[in-house]
Write a protein that binds this ligand. Structure first.
Ligand SMILES: N[C@@H](CCC(=O)N[C@@H](CS)C(=O)NCC(=O)O)C(=O)O
Length: 212
């Protein structure tokens, strides 16, 4: 089997989730840089890999794919190493549900509408759209309350072991926590704080998200 290639920027949450899955499986991979800040995802070369102009794109054994959740499931199924999906249907639906919540609600609220305007835009010399952030706060709070409820008292979304859902949620929460709004929300979610601390000890997280 050839070494997989991830096309994207190391700062992207979705690129991070895919790379976390590869690290958890112990799969060496190549990261080909596509600069998010320079909008290289919209250049012709990357649009050939991902016609929607997003990252990551992924190549393995002559096949090309995009969509982070699909790539993560492929990584889990195509490579040996610890299973990143639990065994039973009721455990698996929780993992799938959490991944879908991230894609449909968590990322737009936390990253598109809070982290980017609050942190990224000012770091590039722009101004935060306060109305955009304000409008997203209830949705980010609902995201947090739902992922808190779904984790319950378990160590991971996979139950006793780490799962694709854990790897999908973490990069989003790490950026949400980097905003004052997210910090306030997370201060009221101690079980998620403990889960984040547990996740941050993993070598995969230290490799992919250093200093997160
Ligand atoms: N549905 C895509 C979403 C990927 C996505 O939104 N990636 C962000 C970076 S974290 C991106 O490419 N943003 C660039 C843009 O929106 O122009 C997936 O699951 O892979």
């Amino acid at each position: 089997m050839s070494q997989p290639i991830v096309y994207g920027d190391a700062i992207s949450t979705y690129v991070r989730s895919v790379r976390l899955a590869l690290e958890e499986k112990g799969v060496a991979h190549t990261l080909v840089a596509v600069d998010l800040v320079k909008s290289q995802q919209l250049e012709k070369e990357h649009l050939a890999r991902h016609p929607w102009g997003k990252m990551p794109a992924f190549e393995h054994d002559g096949n090309s794919f995009y969509e982070a959740s699909a790539i993560m499931r492929y990584v889990d199924e195509a490579f040996p190493g610890p299973a990143l999906m639990p065994a039973t249907p009721v455990e698996r639906i929780r993992v799938n549900q959490v991944m879908s919540i991230v894609d449909s609600y968590g990322y737009p609220a936390s990253i598109t509408n809070i982290f980017i305007p609050r942190v990224l835009v000012p770091s590039l010399g722009g101004q935060t759209d306060e109305a955009q952030v304000e409008a997203a706060k209830p949705k980010a709070a609902l995201f947090l309350s739902e992922i808190t409820r779904l984790l319950g008292w378990d160590s991971y979304y996979g139950g006793a072991t780490v799962s694709l859902a854990d790897l999908h949620v973490l990069p989003v929460l790490a950026y949400l926590r980097a905003t004052p709004e997210g910090q306030a929300m997370l201060a009221a979610a101690p079980s998620i704080g403990a889960w984040m601390a547990r996740m941050n000890e993993r070598s995969s997280v230290q490799a992919v998200m250093p200093g997160a």
